[in-house]
Design a protein around this ligand. Structure first.
Ligand SMILES: [Zn+2]
Length: 280
């Protein structure tokens, strides 16, 4: 069996997927780095460096596999759809279609048997058709390592998969330390305050829960996974992750963006985290 694994090098979900494929199966893995149209050249270079650091770790410590690089061009324009069926607010969905096109084209080119999807618990709060990847129409099954390495997600088992898939905090906890050090990085490194990535990574460092418990705490706030039903159709938005993480780190929204003491405190914690991971 041959599986195509989109792998960013910096992302928890795709790193966790790679780790599972390489340690738990003997499938031929094709790891794909994507140069995506909406990322700056600078950010793509940063991601690529991490992709090859990860590839080296996997090859040195687990087993050999194929790596490829592809460009994701903008074929479909930006488009907007309701955040969920019958919800008021919109989300951008053009980028999803553009990514899907590269996945399918590359799957054909490399004659893989199925595709690996990085979709995980935290991605499952939007529209049902985007919450998980489904093979519908593409001819390829999508397997989600956040849920199962053997069962593709279908229209029939989709609801069950969404309820059961792991999120990135428990995934991060399951990775070997060296691999976790590679993904514990961001371009700001806590230098000028903190960014979304700093907040996300700090949750594992600062919160008292185990990864599994942390998944539940965060998914509930994001109205994702088994907590999808908590979303209010009139007010629910997908772009609340940064603020949610900020609050889960113990701060008040009033302190968001205007409290220099909090900014310094978080920035110090982030710098400490990146230094420990060997990325400063
Ligand atoms: Zn940062």
């Amino acid at each position: 069996m041959r599986v195509l694994v989109p792998y960013s090098g910096l992302g928890t979900n795709s790193t966790y997927g790679m780790y599972r494929w390489l340690t738990e199966t003997d499938y031929e893995v094709v790891a794909m780095f994507l140069d995506v149209y909406y990322s700056s050249d600078e950010y793509t270079a940063f991601e690529r460096e991490h992709f090859y650091r990860g590839v080296k770790w996997f090859k040195d410590n687990i087993r050999d596999f194929k790596t490829i690089e592809k460009k994701c061009e903008q074929v479909y324009p930006d488009s907007y759809e309701p955040v969920r069926e019958n919800f008021t607010l919109n989300m951008e969905t053009g980028s999803y279609k553009n990514m899907r096109k590269v996945y399918i084209d590359t799957a054909k080119e490399y004659k893989v048997d199925f595709l690996s999807s990085g979709k995980s618990g935290e991605d499952s709060n939007g529209s049902l058709s985007k919450a998980v990847s489904i093979s519908k129409g593409s001819g390829y099954d999508y397997i989600h390592p956040s849920w199962s390495l053997t069962e593709p997600v279908t229209l029939e088992n989709r609801d069950q998969a969404i309820k059961e898939m792991s999120a990135k905090w428990s995934q991060r906890e399951k990775l070997p330390q060296e691999l976790r050090n590679i993904i514990t990085d961001c371009t700001c490194k806590g230098d000028k305050g903190i960014c979304y990535f700093c907040l996300d990574l700090l949750l594992n460092e600062v919160r008292p829960e185990t990864g599994q418990e942390l998944d539940d705490v965060i998914l509930e706030k994001l109205c994702a996974g088994k907590f999808r039903h908590l979303a209010d159709p009139k007010t629910f938005r997908l772009d609340r992750r940064t603020k949610t993480y900020f609050m889960l780190l113990g701060y008040d929204t009033e302190q968001w963006c205007n409290d220099p003491v909090v900014e310094k405190e978080l920035s110090d914690k982030a710098k400490d985290m990146y230094a420990k991971a060997g990325n400063i």
